[in-house]
Design a protein around this ligand. Structure first.
Ligand SMILES: Nc1ncnc2c1ncn2[C@@H]1O[C@H](COP(=O)(O)OP(=O)(O)O)[C@@H](O)[C@H]1O
Ligand SMILES: [Mg+2]
Length: 392
C-alpha cells in the first residue's frame, strides 16, 4: 500500500537535500539517506507523500512525531535536525545512523546475551527518560532500534520512530478506532485499547529482549495468533529455545511481560538490570563451579531468587546445580507474571563472595607464638607457686 502511495524520490532534490537512496519504507512514509548540500552532511530524511500530507489526521501525527523526537535530548534517542514541508511533502531530517537496525541483527539468529543486554540497556535508559517526560513510545520493536558502531569497542544504540508516541494515557487508535502499529511486540493493554503508560513500553522491551535472545518474537504466527498470545498465553520460556540460557532469565522475561502492568518492573532499566543479573550471575556461577566446585555451589546457591530447577527433560551443560529448591514456578514454562509475579532479584539476592585473601589476612599470626605464650604463663604460675610455698 505504502509503495503505491509514496513514490521513491531517489536521485531527486528536495530543497537543500539531495536524496541518495532508501533506508526503509514504512506504512505511511519512506526513510531516505540524503545529503544536506548546504552543510555537506549526511542525514536520514523521513518523507510522507503529498496525498498523505493533505490528510489532516496524518499531518497532525507527523507534526507530533517531529515534536516528540525533538522533545528528548538523550544520547540514545536519534537527534532531530530539521522538520518542514518542501514541494508539498512533509519531512523530518535527523541524524543518519550508520549501522543497521536490531531487526536485521535478530534475523541472523539468537544474539549473545551480553550483546543483547548491552544494547537494550541503552534502549531502557532512553525509554525511562521518555516516560519521565510523560511520553510513551508505543512502537518499541527491533526495527525501531538503530545500532551503530561509533567506537570500535561499544555499539551505540538509538531509539527511533516516534510516530506513535503519545502523551497521556489513552490507547492509540486512528479516529476510526483501528489499532496502529504492529501487534508483534504490543502489550495486552495496548491491544485492548486500555490506558497506557511506560509499562506498556516495558512489555514491548521484554518482548524485544526475548527476540534478541532467541532469534524470534515471543508469539510468532499470523496476526490472530500473535494477539491471542499477548492476551491469553503465558510468556514463553527463552531457556527452552536456547539451551545455553540460564533458566533465571525466564522469570525476568515473565515479569517484564506480565499481562497486568502492575506486576511488571518499576522501570525499563530495572528490567534490564534484572536481566543482566540473571544472565551474568549464572555465567559467573558456572565459571566458579568449574574452578572450585564446592565453594562455588555454596556461595551462589545462597538466597538467589530462582525458579524451579530445570525439568527432567531439559538438563544441559552449564545448568546451575547449586540452586536452592524451587520457591515457585513448578512447570517447564515459567508462570506468567499475571497472578503470580516472578521474583525480582533485589540487592539481597546479589551474591557477595568474600575473597579468600581476606580470611588469610585476619589469621596471619605466626604459628609459634601461641605455644610460646602458653609456656611463659606456665613458668610464671610455677614460679608463683614456688614463692608461696617458700614463704609459707
Ligand atoms: N536515523 C536513521 N538512520 C538510519 N536509518 C534509519 C534512521 N531512522 C530509521 N532508519 C531505518 O528506516 C526504517 C524506517 O524508519 P522509521 O522511522 O521506523 O519509519 P516507519 O514509521 O516507516 O517505521 C527503520 O526501521 C530503520 O531501519
Ligand atoms: Mg519504524
Amino acid at each position: 500500500m505504502a509503495d503505491e502511495q509514496v513514490a521513491d524520490l531517489t536521485g531527486r532534490r528536495l530543497g537543500n537535500y539531495r536524496i541518495d537512496g532508501v533506508l526503509g519504507k514504512g506504512g505511511m512514509s519512506v526513510m531516505y539517506r540524503a545529503t544536506d548540500v548546504r552543510l555537506g552532511r549526511k542525514v536520514a530524511l523521513k518523507v510522507i507523500g503529498e496525498h498523505l500530507g493533505a490528510d489532516a489526521e496524518f499531518r497532525e501525527r507527523f507534526v507530533d512525531e517531529a515534536r516528540n523526537t525533538a522533545a528528548i535530548d538523550h544520547p540514545n534517542i536519534v537527534p532531530l535536525y530539521d522538520f518542514g514541508e518542501l514541494d508539498g511533502m512533509h519531512y523530518i531530517g535527523m541524524r543518519l545512523v550508520d549501522g543497521s537496525d536490531l531487526a536485521s541483527l535478530i534475523s541472523e539468529g539468537p544474539m549473545r546475551p551480553e550483546r543483547a543486554v548491552g544494547l537494550l540497556e541503552q534502549v531502557a535508559d532512553a525509554l525511562d527518560t521518555l516516560h519521565r517526560r510523560g511520553l510513551v513510545h508505543l512502537d518499541v520493536k527491533p526495527a525501531n532500534v538503530l545500532v551503530t558502531k561509533r567506537e570500535s569497542i561499544k555499539e551505540h544504540v538509538y531509539v527511533a520512530d516516534f510516530g506513535l508516541t503519545r502523551r497521556g494515557a489513552t490507547g492509540h487508535r486512528t479516529r476510526g478506532g483501528d489499532f496502529l502499529g504492529s501487534p508483534t511486540y504490543a502489550a495486552p493493554e495496548h491491544l485492548r485499547g486500555e490506558p497506557l503508560d511506560g509499562r506498556t513500553d516495558q512489555y514491548a522491551l521484554a518482548c524485544v529482549l526475548y527476540a534478541c535472545l532467541t532469534g524470534r518474537p515471543p508469539y510468532p504466527g499470523d496476526v490472530q495468533s500473535v494477539i491471542k498470545g499477548h492476551l491469553n498465553l503465558a510468556p514463553p520460556s527463552a531457556a527452552r529455545i536456547v539451551s545455553s540460557l540460564p533458566q533465571a532469565i525466564d522469570a525476568v522475561l515473565a515479569k517484564g511481560m506480565a499481562k497486568d502492568p502492575g506486576r511488571r518492573y518499576d522501570s525499563c532499566v530495572a528490567l534490564l538490570t534484572a536481566a543482566t543479573e540473571a544472565l551474568t550471575s549464572s555465567r559467573a556461577r558456572e565459571t566458579e563451579q568449574r574452578e572450585t566446585p564446592q565453594r562455588g555451589a555454596q556461595q551462589w546457591g545462597n538466597g538467589q531468587p530462582q525458579q524451579s530447577p530445570r525439568p527432567p527433560h531439559g538438563p544441559r551443560a552449564g545448568a546451575m546445580p547449586g540452586r536452592p529448591p524451587a520457591q515457585r514456578g513448578p512447570g517447564p514454562v515459567p508462570p506468567p507474571g499475571y497472578g503470580s509475579p516472578a521474583p525480582e532479584p533485589g540487592p539481597a539476592a546479589r551474591p557477595a563472595p568474600a575473597p579468600p585473601y581476606q580470611q588469610q589476612g585476619r589469621n596471619s599470626q605466626p604459628s609459634w607464638l601461641v605455644p610460646l605464650l602458653l609456656g611463659a604463663v606456665v613458668i610464671l604460675v610455677l614460679l608463683l607457686a614456688a614463692v608461696i610455698i617458700a614463704t609459707a
